[in-house]
Design a protein around this ligand. Structure first.
Ligand code: RM4
Ligand code: NI
Length: 271
């Protein structure tokens, strides 16, 4: 498997943060790195699998990839993203910064940010992209400060208050809603009513954001959780089917196979 090393990306021995802007990000095979990576999606969609579990990428999605993680990009469609690469140990983040810098051992490593925060984030990334490629002490110091600012903005910009969102943020909210409530019986009609967006508008914008219809996305998220359980638990396939929101394990297997291109039994042949 591809192993990306700091020497190929960081510009000097005192550079601990650097950027790779992918406009667009092409499909990229499974790899891991001896550094950490922050992925910030600007537009488009595609699949991002981390340690065999896929996620659907869409605008304003943020994800932290740890050193030991394997990941890949697949089925990308006009996907624009920023990669911010960093070496945590060398950065020696202050105590206050570490509270905003996720660590895979605790807390979530991916979320969505609001459109407004995304604008601020992209301005910081532009500066970071310039400074991190200049090999002077002043630029190294500036890079570190911009990185700190970025980490805090990403954290502070996460969508939590959903009361006064723009249409684009409401689509993001719908994605978050499915990500959270995938075990329930969900329909786009109910969600549209709940967030007060016309069904036709939500149908169109949801597809534009994720590249999938609402129902397809729901099966995708269920398959994603099922994959996690197949890989990391002892539960039977039938139990997993129920666990992720299906009442029929054959139907679950059909949908899982459509998404993952292999049957649950091929992931975990022994149950
Ligand atoms: C690739 C992809 C990878 C990243 C490298 C630096 O295009 O975005 O995730 O590790 O660039
Ligand atoms: Ni990577």
């Amino acid at each position: 498997m591809i192993h990306l090393k700091p020497n190929d990306f960081f510009h000097s021995s005192n550079s601990f943060v650097t950027t790779e802007l992918r406009t667009p990000q092409e499909d990229f095979p499974e790899h891991y790195h001896s550094f950490e990576e922050i992925i910030i999606v600007a537009k488009g969609n595609g699949l991002h699998a981390v340690n065999d579990v896929p996620t659907c990428l869409s605008k304003n999605y943020v994800c932290f990839v740890a050193q030991q993680d394997r990941h890949l990009f697949e089925n990308v469609n006009d996907l624009f993203l920023s990669n911010v690469l960093f070496i945590r140990d060398k950065l020696e983040p202050s105590f206050s910064l570490t509270q905003f810098l996720p660590c895979t051992l605790s807390g979530s490593v991916d979320w969505f940010i609001e459109d407004e925060a995304a604008h601020r984030v992209h301005v910081i990334i532009e500066h970071l992209n310039t400074e991190s490629h200049v090999n002077t002490l002043a630029s190294a110091a500036m890079t570190e400060l911009l990185f700190q600012q970025l980490v805090v903005e990403l954290w502070r910009g996460r969508i939590v208050d959903t009361s006064s969102l723009s249409l684009s943020d409401k689509v993001t909210q719908t994605i978050m809603y499915v990500n959270k409530n995938y075990k329930e019986k969900l329909s786009i009609e109910r969600v549209a009513e709940h967030i007060k967006v016309p069904i036709r508008t939500l149908t169109r914008e949801f597809k534009r954001a994720t590249g999938m219809s609402f129902n397809h996305y729901l099966h995708f998220v269920r398959a994603q959780h099922a994959m996690q359980l197949l890989l990391n638990s002892e539960s039977s396939i039938t139990k997993i089917a129920f666990e992720v929101g299906y009442s029929d394990s054959n139907y679950f297997s059909t949908k899982f196979k459509q998404v993952m291109k292999k049957a649950p039994r091929q992931v975990r042949p022994l149950c």
